[in-house]
Write a protein of this length. Structure first.
Length: 196
């Protein structure tokens, strides 16, 4: 007979000790969320909840992609769903559905562009990057649809520079790199440039 999970089982699983890498990842995520909050305090932008929740998903995504070269669905799609829920709640509460609509358009645009690259070269652009485009497109598009293209261009530029550095370092042309961190950096840089 299959064993069912009880509340005691769940509590025991949560109580398991975590390793130093997990502690470091949690600390980096907390620091990043605090920095986003401080940036909002300095610049006074109205998307604090969206940006902090997105950051809480993006930092672990970047760390996993750098370590394992994959972008887990619970983080990409969970992050997109969380940001979508925040944008929808904000729209209902304020009566301004603009950020929600632009976020959805941004998600379709960014994921659509990445999907084209994925279909053209599945080994060059993973489907996790396409799903990450949903999360980033929601965040960036909610701010401005124009920033979606800027974020993609910056990600491409940063990725090209990173790839060039790897080629020089390894003295080979057939190097690969995880693109998720460059997508996140391109989106963050686009948002910072737009705010400043």
């Amino acid at each position: 007979m299959p064993r069912t999970t009880t509340l005691a089982d769940a509590a025991a699983a949560v109580a398991q000790p975590i390793g130093s890498r997990e502690r470091r990842d949690i600390m980096l995520t907390v620091v990043a969320v605090v920095l986003v909050g401080l940036a909002h305090a300095a610049w006074g932008h109205g998307q604090l909840a969206v940006d902090t929740v997105a950051t809480a998903f993006l930092v672990p995504l970047v760390l996993v992609d750098l370590r394992e070269r994959r972008l887990p669905d619970p983080l990409t799609l969970g992050g997109a769903a969380s940001v979508l829920a925040l944008l929808a709640a904000r729209g209902v509460l304020t009566g301004d559905l603009g950020p929600l609509a632009y976020g959805l358009l941004g998600a379709v645009a960014m994921a659509g562009v990445l999907l084209v690259f994925h279909l053209a070269s599945p080994r060059g652009m993973g489907f996790g990057d396409v799903k990450l485009g949903l999360l980033l497109g929601l965040v960036v598009g909610a701010r401005s649809l124009d920033l979606v293209l800027v974020a993609l261009l910056l990600a491409g530029l940063l990725g090209a520079l990173g790839g060039l550095a790897l080629m020089v370092r390894h003295r080979r042309r057939d190097v690969t790199l995880p693109f998720g961190p460059y997508l996140a950096a391109g989106a963050a840089l686009a948002l910072v440039l737009a705010a400043g």
